[in-house]
Write a protein that binds this ligand. Sequence first.
Ligand code: 16G
Length: 260
Amino acid sequence: MSDAADQIFATLKQSSQSGAPLYLQLRKSIEDAVNRGLIGPGDALPSERDIATKADISRVTVRKAVQDLVKGGILVQRHGSGTFVAPRMERVEQSLSRLTSFTEDMARRGMAVRSAWLDRGLYAPSPDEMMVLGLSSSELVARVARLRIADDTPLAIERASLSASVLPDPAGIGSSLYAALGVTGNRPVRAVQRISAANLGETDARLLEVPPGIAGLHIERISYLASGKVIEFTRSIYRGDAYDFVAELRLTGPSEEGRP
Ligand code: 16G
């Protein structure tokens, strides 16, 4: 067993007089070891049995401590291969004043972008889609749903809806929706974005490789053409531990006060 593991158990012995339940003491020892860098992102935790033997506690206690740390996003469990310290996220800083695409944002940071398709096709529009995109019930909506991945880390789930008259072949967009819209002169020039907090459900959490229930960001973007026509209605879930949205604020001068 590694030195780091030995140190975890040494700390555990020191704290065993504290009177706190054993699983909480073990949880804290492991958490401290991660925070102090004794075990780093991607490092394997010793097996449940090794921990139990070494610390002289039951496997049930070990499991409880480990499950708590998995729920908190400190450890990750991979079926068949064990428990590891969760990879540390490099937070992405995203300006809220420029209308850019995911592909452009990541390319500017030198990150390799790819997407996993969740859905693409033509459908009868939902009431929300009809209202936002101005579609009638006899028209079709093109849906493009993707898991967006940068440098092998899934960052967001994006579900875009556009009128089928603008995007008749959603399967043919290639790697960038905005690039495809640019080809037909339909790239948006303005957008309104609404950001709210969301706790991730099972399915979204699994796709984004985070524990269910963890904080995420729900983002709705409605984009417009220069003519004022709505072109895109996208609802996304972004990882809360990966994104900082940054907006620049200016004091309104007297000449601008009262402007709409
Ligand atoms: C951004 C947009 C999304 C747009 C996508 C196009 C947000 C929250 N969302 O991720 O609305 O559909 O870019 O990216 O910023 P693409 O051209 O790389 O497909």
